[in-house]
Design a protein around this ligand. Structure first.
Ligand SMILES: [Zn+2]
Ligand SMILES: [Zn+2]
Ligand SMILES: [Zn+2]
Length: 133
């Protein structure tokens, strides 16, 4: 089902203008401060819609929070995410694809899918942290 409401468009535009992954709450406050009357529940719903239609990527942060991003890469891919500044690099992981397929087959699983995202400190943040110490 594809709903094309103004709310969904507003959320998509805000997401497009955001670097890296963002939570529904953070996106909601961005929209709010730019004058949008959109409600938090609507932001949650629109993000869920965009994620399930493949227009946005979603992942769980290490704290268990759902994060969203409008990705430039379509199709299956993985992310490297800086836990300090949110910098996101889209990566292919051929080794992971092969391993996931093999391990699923070994257990008789078909139609296996996986989500693999790597959190760390980006080169810049690592440098800043080293300089601050
Ligand atoms: Zn992505
Ligand atoms: Zn960083
Ligand atoms: Zn993969």
């Amino acid at each position: 089902m594809k709903r094309n409401t103004w709310q969904r468009e507003a959320v998509r535009e805000a997401l497009d203008g955001t670097e890296g992954f963002i939570s529904a709450q953070a996106l909601h406050s961005t929209l709010h401060s730019s004058g949008s009357p959109i409600g938090l529940a609507t932001v949650y719903r629109a993000l869920g819609d965009l994620a399930s239609s493949g227009e946005a990527d979603s992942l769980q942060s290490p704290d268990g929070e759902a994060l969203y991003r409008a990705c430039s890469t379509t199709g299956h891919h993985h992310h490297l995410i800086c836990r300090n500044c949110g910098l996101t690099v889209e990566i292919a992981a051929d080794e992971v694809e092969a391993w996931a397929k093999t391990v699923a087959a070994e257990h008789g699983f078909t139609g296996a899918a996986h989500v693999v995202d790597v959190f760390g400190l980006c080169a810049n943040c690592t440098k800043l942290q080293a300089a601050g110490e």
